[in-house]
Design a protein around this ligand. Structure first.
Ligand code: ATP
Ligand code: MG
Length: 261
């Protein structure tokens, strides 16, 4: 039986008179890939901000692994198993690739202040294991070479991958990817499709915001289409491709339309 990971019920969020998202409902099962698409300003990032605790929804319920996460802070939600990346990459540009991932290590709370101050053997062993975990995630996303290089010196495509490695280092059940394909060239897009598919193989559930229709159509199990903050349609890629209202409002008869692709 499929296990329910995320249950989103009637979530809404407004800014002044604007309903950025309204009455959003969906359920997500382990290892599933759900894409959220819609024109610019449709409410996609607002939905991510509500799920990840950056915004508090005005109404609705969000259950992660059966537990309510509404009202929790972003780091608490992250500890409960939901990580995210950002539409505009947020890295520590002056830190090394390794340190960018180490800061997210899911086991960091196991170190003690005394251990850090006196560099006890236990602390050194912990550091060694944390470094190995970080290197594993960097390799998982396809970043190899000089891991002491500063993040700001990476190519744009690899910065997107590094941000994903950092999110994965928190050991999430669910990862929210906000336009991971933005600014990538066609070959990098192919690599991103492979990477997202690989996340599924290790049991991670993915919610993806993406304007590149090739990415969305190739890897999604289901697609949620938003329009002016509301659900316009939900279904498999095949159902969405043929959906008359989606074609009219978003695809416009061409798969390439819809924003920053
Ligand atoms: N903090 C905020 N304060 C006021 N309005 C906001 C805020 N965040 C989002 N909005 C508004 O909510 C609406 C939805 O924005 P959102 O960023 O969620 O859209 P989006 O679907 O992610 O668009 P894009 O494809 O351009 O990234 C927009 O009208 C936006 O201006
Ligand atoms: Mg957005």
């Amino acid at each position: 039986m499929k296990s329910l990971v995320l249950d989103v019920q009637n979530v809404g969020k407004g800014f002044g008179g604007l309903r950025a998202i309204d009455n959003i409902c969906f359920q997500l099962f382990k290892g599933e890939i759900l894409s959220v698409i819609g024109p610019n300003g449709a409410g996609k990032t607002t939905l991510f901000n509500c799920l990840s605790g950056f915004y508090q929804p005005d109404e609705g319920a969000i259950l992660l692994g059966g537990k309510s996460i509404v009202g929790k802070k972003p780091y608490q939600i992250c500890c409960l198993g939901m990580a995210r990346t950002f539409q505009n990459i947020r890295l520590f540009n002056h830190l090394s690739l390794l340190d960018n991932v180490l800061v997210a290590d899911s086991n960091h709370h196991r170190t003690s202040i005394l251990g850090i101050l006196f560099r006890t053997s236990e602390y050194q062993k912990f550091q060694h294991l944390a470094k190995e975990r970080a290197m594993k995630w960097l390799s998982f996303v396809g970043i190899e070479g000089d891991l002491r290089m500063k993040a700001g010196h990476l190519s744009y495509g690899n910065q997107r991958r590094l941000e994903i490695a950092r999110a994965l280092a928190t050991d999430p059940q669910v990862i929210l990817l906000d336009e991971p394909g933005a600014g990538l060239n066609p070959s990098e897009i192919g690599g991103m499709i492979d990477l997202i598919s690989k996340m599924r193989t290790i049991g991670i559930t993915v919610i993806l915001i993406e304007h590149h229709m090739k990415v969305v159509m190739d890897i999604s199990d289901r697609i949620l289409v938003l329009d002016h903050g509301e659900e316009l349609a939900v279904g498999t890629p095949e159902e969405i491709r043929k959906h008359p209202q989606v074609i009219k409002a978003y695809l416009g008869g061409s798969e390439k339309k819809g924003g920053s692709s």
